[in-house]
Write a protein that binds this ligand. Structure first.
Ligand SMILES: *[C@@H]1O[C@H](CO)[C@@H](O)[C@H](O)[C@H]1NC(C)=O
Length: 153
């Protein structure tokens, strides 16, 4: 009992910094842009998503299924959206580089709640670096677990 409390405590602490970001942007190995939006939907609201970007005064919808909303012509067929676990959506798009400036803002909206992140073209994370971070926190967990079982068996 105490043992598992400890393990979940350690796991929880490690996951907090990852979980607190509701929107993340990175570039995949195949050179597609990935935007993860993990806003928790409110119960009893219509489930919908919208991904957009804004450069200067222009705001362009990339992909949405909000009823009545539609993506800009220039983005049609260039992006796809999948559901994330336990909630949220991932949007992946091709040919994104022309939209990157010194201050491009990516926005997402889930069931009416929105969040945004500013991205600079010279300082875009690659997704493998992000997952490496996750992997390294996992290996720390494994180390701790091994250590724990070692000292208590
Ligand atoms: C949008 O897509 C999600 C997942 O495919 C679905 O659950 C939801 O009902 C859709 N919303 C609308 C307004 O079509």
């Amino acid at each position: 009992m105490l043992k598992s409390l400890f393990v979940y405590g350690v796991l929880g602490v490690m996951l907090i910094p990852v979980k607190s970001e509701q929107i993340t942007v990175c570039v995949e190995e195949d050179d597609e842009l990935r935007v993860d939006c993990q806003i928790e939907p409110k119960p009893n609201r219509i489930n919908s998503y919208e991904f957009a970007l804004s450069i200067g005064k222009r705001q362009l919808i990339i992909n949405t299924n909000v009823s009545g909303g539609s993506a800009e012509e220039e983005f049609k067929g260039k992006s796809r959206v999948e559901e994330l676990d336990p909630h949220g959506y991932r949007m992946t798009m091709t040919s994104f580089r022309e939209y990157l400036s010194d201050d491009t803002i990516f926005l997402c909206k889930i069931s009416g709640e929105s969040d945004s992140i500013s991205v600079q073209k010279d300082n875009l994370a690659t997704c493998s670096a992000v997952s490496l971070l996750l992997k390294s926190s996992w290996s720390w967990t494994v180390c701790l677990l091994l250590f724990f079982y070692h000292t208590h068996s």
